[in-house]
Design a protein around this ligand. Structure first.
Ligand code: NG1
Ligand code: MG
Length: 474
């Protein structure tokens, strides 16, 4: 196989950038190669990489159909791959913390054990996706895989999607399956749902479509991306709260519950507005059908939804359906959402107002008059308060950390799913040093130094980087 495979032009673009990226990660590639030889007694045929991301604004709106504004990080997951002749899928990691799974028979249906969270579940989700949704009737080739990742895990910067995307890219490419980047995005979104999270599509989209020096405004259905150039006088600094948030473990309590709440809010709004509520799944559907502006939708939410929580029975009664039908229609299949009460008013208000902020943020970036960065900071602060108070996806540590960050930043908010993970702050270049000193003194000093990684990967200053790529082994 050749990197210049003419069948895959859209994936193999801008080789100069690909090689620049490899150059700056040379040591990681060297370690991967020697470890690969040691483990598999073979040489990698290809390397693939896919980055993590940070979301500037637009939190928990993608699964309601609304736009987000992330950029791809330099931090990425790389996988070295070779084909074997013994029908086994072998999944290993250079980091011994991530235990291997080897000798999985590729002739059998590979099951994902959702009850036991393991990093390889994301690899298997990609395998299952390519096998079942990748439009191939031939069996997938048996592979030796060795992963190396430097995207912090459980930190809201999407290590999970980096793993799903890099695996999907590897499995399709090695099997000569022809996909555009947009099709790979779609396949990866569907695949990641096999781990039991009803996620939106932000992370996979930016992991493939990220580009150097620009953030992306991403719209869904249909998928469209717009370049957003960020002001040069500021940096975006990511600080890990060191509270690990694992959506797969807590999905039923947090993430999937929010998906259900947004869905029920959409259906009740549509029902009350006299729309075709039976066809509504997302808050965006309400806007499509009603033609109301986001401001009007915020007003309607205020008038229609009561501020206290709804019970399952109450929602079923309004829609004149049985509890069983309600659960079957609107709750995720095979994933337990045990909650009995649903904060529909708060969730819908967050989604509509956060979407307004996404457009305001992107407009401000197109139109960089003086003070623009202050406006961006204010929007990020408002986003955090809405996440914390209305969407309730923050935690005391994230609230504390953003407060500390704001002492030297123009704005600060949680980023990613929340309930732990990281914050992102917009900091004027002249304030970076004071910002870092302050965060170290006031936040990180409370942790046991021996437990904080020595490489200080808990603070990332990253500029927008390149999306997923394929690298031939030399
Ligand atoms: P993280 O931060 O990776 O748990 C999740 C979702 C996104 C989006 C954000 C919240 C996945 C793969 N990603 O991100 O789609 O909904 O939360 O804005 O589930
Ligand atoms: Mg994730």
């Amino acid at each position: 196989m050749d990197i210049f495979n003419p069948l895959l032009p859209s994936v193999v673009d801008n080789l100069a950038e690909v090689y620049e990226n490899v150059e700056s990660n040379q040591e990681r590639y060297q370690i991967l190669e020697s470890k690969f030889k040691q483990l598999y007694n073979d040489k990698p045929l290809f390397y693939f990489r896919a980055p993590g991301r940070v979301n500037l604004i637009g939190e928990h709106v993608d699964y309601s159909g609304y736009p987000v504004l992330p950029f791809a990080l330099q931090q990425d997951t790389i996988v070295a791959v070779s084909i074997n002749n013994n029908n086994n899928l072998n999944i290993q990691n250079v980091n011994e913390k991530y235990t291997p799974k080897v000798n999985l028979n590729v002739d059998l249906e590979i099951e994902i054990d959702m009850a036991n969270h393991h990093w390889t579940n994301y690899v298997l989700a990609a395998w299952k996706g390519v096998k079942n949704l990748g439009q191939t009737n031939s069996p997938l080739k048996a592979l030796n895989l060795l992963y190396s990742g430097n995207v912090p895990t459980g930190s809201g910067v999407s290590s999970s999607s980096a793993l799903v995307c890099v695996s999907t890219l590897a499995f399709t490419y090695i099997n000569n399956l022809v996909f555009t980047k947009e099709e790979l995005v779609d396949l990866s979104i569907k695949s990641e749902r096999f781990v039991g999270i009803e996620s939106g599509g932000m992370d996979q989209t930016i992991s493939y479509l990220g580009e150097m020096n620009v953030a992306k405004l991403i719209e869904f259905q249909p998928l469209k991306t717009y370049d957003v150039t960020l002001p040069k006088s500021v940096s975006f600094i990511i600080c890990n709260s060191l509270v690990e948030s694992n959506k797969v473990i807590t999905g039923g309590i947090y993430y999937n519950l929010r998906v259900v709440e947004c869905r029920l809010a959409a259906v009740l709004l549509a029902h009350s507005l006299g729309l075709k509520w039976e066809t509504v799944r997302k808050l965006k559907d309400v806007q499509y059908q009603s033609n109301l502006s986001l401001e009007q939708l915020i007003q309607k939410t205020e008038e229609i939804l009561h501020k206290s929580a709804y019970t399952r029975q109450e929602v079923a009664d309004i829609l004149e359906m049985s509890l069983e039908t309600l659960e079957k229609t609107y709750f995720p299949k095979g994933i337990k959402v045990a909650a009995q009460s649903f904060e529909l008013y708060k969730r819908a208000t967050h989604v509509f107002s956060e979407t307004l902020r996404v457009y305001q943020f992107s407009n401000r970036c197109q139109n960089l008059v003086s003070n623009a960065s202050h406006d961006l900071g204010a929007l990020m602060n408002d986003s955090h308060f809405s996440c914390s108070k209305m969407f309730e996806c923050s935690c005391p540590e994230l609230d504390q950390l953003t407060t500390i960050c704001r002492e030297f930043a123009l704005g600060s908010r949680l980023t990613g799913a929340g309930w732990g993970g990281a914050t992102i702050s917009i900091v004027e270049s002249s304030k970076i040093e004071s910002f870092l000193k302050n965060v170290n003194e006031k936040y990180y000093s409370q942790f046991d130094k021996s437990k904080i990684p020595v490489d200080s990967s808990h603070i990332i200053i990253s500029s927008p980087s390149k999306g997923a790529s394929i690298i031939p082994s030399s």
